[in-house]
Design a protein around this ligand. Structure first.
Ligand code: PMP
Length: 384
């Protein structure tokens, strides 16, 4: 089974808890189930009730350019960006999508000239998010075509995808191509304080975000784009209209409440900081990264990227980077394919080759439930 870029093995831990010590551990996909425990702690703060008569219309707000965007969701998106300070939402149109996966395609559509004789080249610096090539090319569009690693690209008309912090390796990135005729899509799915210090508010032409990695609600399938240019926003909206005639209102009602609960957690009295999502996420990620680095040291056959700490404007402190994925390199002599090696120990990971990198690398999700993560650490420490 596949979900997004994610190959899902039903006999493994995906979507469930490990049933035994020697269960297959699936860390191939970035399923953010670690957030479940936070939302349980939140009690009813994230709950909603939708009456049977509610949200029947296709339309949400016909006075908004994005007519299928629920006003409450729009409001809470802008409020959250103001609170966190990670992106400038003022002066940008909000376009909602069925996951940022749909918005990525909407942006490709919007940025490609409709009358082009040749498909526009779509590039991203390796290692790039494994969905980019697959999603760009699966319909063999005449408008755009995957052209690989941006660092190796020759030409000055293109769309460059800049993912920062980057999936899979957690690096902070800027565009590598500098042509005036090129365009850029900034994928900021992981530019949130639990993963990385917020150093400044990003203010790009197209910025993509997803509920999946912000709050953990991947199953709601919601993303949003902040878009500066009205004509580009219009074309993205047209794409969503042609592709799915808008975006689930039920999901937007829920996501609005979820985002509200997060902002309230910071802006309203909050005993013992119990309801602060980013604090929860940051603490959990710090513990996990410490455990992972220890396990890697014990086994002695892997290496991990190192990150520098920075001053985080959101927390007012110097904080570390704890990416949602570990970009693990197998240093063991004679092992050329790290995915195969881990698979032989019943750990499923994503091969470096899908990210335009060597097979010695794999991407490991750091966002699974505690039981799965603990089992993974135990197994990794035992490998030699
Ligand atoms: N961009 C990046 C960099 C991602 O890692 C993901 C999720 N794996 C997405 C986009 C897609 O997010 P969504 O679930 O909103 O489609």
């Amino acid at each position: 089974m596949r979900a997004g870029d994610e190959e899902i093995s039903v006999s493994s831990t995906s979507g469930s808890r490990p049933t035994s010590k020697d269960a297959v551990i699936n860390l191939d996909h970035g399923d953010p189930t670690m957030y479940e425990s936070f939302w349980k702690r939140m009690g009813h703060r994230g709950d909603i009730t939708i009456a049977g008569w509610q949200g029947i219309s296709y339309f949400s707000d016909v006075t908004n350019l994005c007519w299928f965007l629920e006003p409450e969701f729009d409001h809470e998106i802008r409020r959250l960006h103001r609170l966190v300070g990670n992106a400038v939402a003022d002066g940008h149109f909000v376009v909602v999508g069925t996951g940022s996966t749909q918005l990525f395609q909407a942006a490709l559509y919007a940025l490609s000239p409709p009358d082009t004789p040749h498909p526009l080249s779509v590039v991203s610096a390796a290692p790039y998010y494994s969905s980019y090539p697959a999603v760009t090319d699966y319909l063999r569009s005449g408008l755009y075509r995957w052209a690989g690693d941006a660092s190796a690209f020759k030409g000055n008309i293109y769309i460059e995808l800049v993912c920062s912090p980057n999936n899979p390796d957690g690096s902070i990135r800027e565009a590598v191509l500098k042509s005036e005729n090129g365009t850029i899509i900034h994928d900021l799915a992981y530019y949130w304080p639990q993963y990385t210090p917020i150093t400044h508010a990003e203010d790009h032409d197209i910025m993509l975000f997803t509920v999946s990695k912000t709050t953990g609600h991947a199953g709601s399938r919601l993303g949003w784009a902040l878009v500066k240019d009205k004509e580009v926003a219009k074309r993205m909206i047209k794409f969503v209209e042609l592709n799915s005639i808008g975006v689930s209102k039920d999901s937007q009602f829920r996501a609005a409440k979820i985002l509200k609960a997060i902002s309230d957690g910071y802006e309203l009295p909050n005993p013992k900081n119990k309801y602060k999502l980013f604090d929860f996420g940051h603490l959990l990620m710090s513990v996990r990264w410490k455990r992972l680095r220890e396990a890697v040291k014990v086994s002695g056959i892997f290496s991990l990227p190192e990150f520098q700490s920075s001053y985080c404007t959101f927390t007012g402190k110097r904080t570390e980077t704890y990416p949602a994925f570990a970009w693990l390199k197998c240093e063991k002599e004679g092992v050329e394919d790290c995915e195969n090696f881990l698979r032989s120990h019943k750990i499923l990971s994503r091969n470096g080759k899908h990210f335009g990198a060597a097979r010695k690398f794999v991407r490991i999700s750091m966002l699974e439930r505690d039981e799965t993560f603990e089992l993974f650490i135990e197994r990794l420490s035992s490998l030699t």
